[in-house]
Design a protein around this ligand. Sequence first.
Ligand code: PBG
Length: 343
Amino acid sequence: QVERLSSLPAQPQPVGQFPRIRMRRNRADDWSRRMVAERRLGPQDFILPVFVKEGGAKREAIDAMPGVSRHTIPSLIELAEQAAELGIPALALFPVVPRELKSGQAEEAYREDNLCNRAVAALKKAVPEIGLICDVALDPYTDHGHDGVMEDGVILNDETIDVLIRQALGQAAAGVDVVAPSDMMDGRIGRIRDALDAAGFQHVRIMSYAAKYASGFYGPFREAVGSKSALGRGDKRTYQMDPANGDEALRECALDVAEGADMLMVKPGLPYLDIVHRVKQEFKMPVFAYQVSGEYAMMKAAAANGWLDNDRVVLESLMCFKRAGADGVLTYSAIEAAQLLRS
Ligand code: PBG
């Protein structure tokens, strides 16, 4: 029967009825578009990166990141409450370290009572339902602005890891839920995992900045945390990845998976969606993308000029991460996006 049907000669299309398959039918109504949507965006998809500074004075605006502030610990607690109420699962915390505490060896990074650790402890106490992620990297703490310790202009890999371990242990002791090594030293995931486990922090998760590129899109962030002037005209190409490379990102991820990473991250975001997609396809584990400061600044600058519709591009860009395969996005737009989705 089936065979006979398929061997029938093709029927000529009656005039006026071409084409038979009309993709636009499913798009014709809002209910229908919702019914066939392949992805849904929600507040659970967002991680909010936040900046915290010393002092009781008020929060300060960051010029290149309209809508984003350097918070004091009390104002950060208010923000965390708002994020939690909106259903945002976690914050990623970045300290703004006073210049006088920066040094060549980044000792401040592992001081038990440093700003980052105090903020973690205060947040955990005040808003226990929100997850906390801390960057593990030395750039906020070094006087040269690099992510590692430097000797004769060279960033030392293994010596840096010794310091990163102490930093991660301090964060774990303060109560952080996830440590996120963003330094790109070789072998740090395994050594941090072992050190956490040996110290009784088996429950602390590792989100690895596994594929982190040497990108020009970090500019506003470096200004926000004050590592830009320290770094000067230096760049991070001897440890962060070359934007030309994709296969190399898979090798980076494979190593971090083997060393015990619980979650992988790709950074920056939109220009690297091909990497997000490949990493998700290859490893089938939680993959996050970081829509970085420069991406945020581009959208805000164009919107401020009336060249883009802010609300549309914010939600569209976040949806694109999900379509590419990301399980979540670190985004400075987390609060506004969650509010837009609610309204
Ligand atoms: C530091 C770090 C950077 C960012 C997150 N962690 C900057 C850098 O690598 O120079 C950038 C985030 C952003 O641009 O939003 N290790």
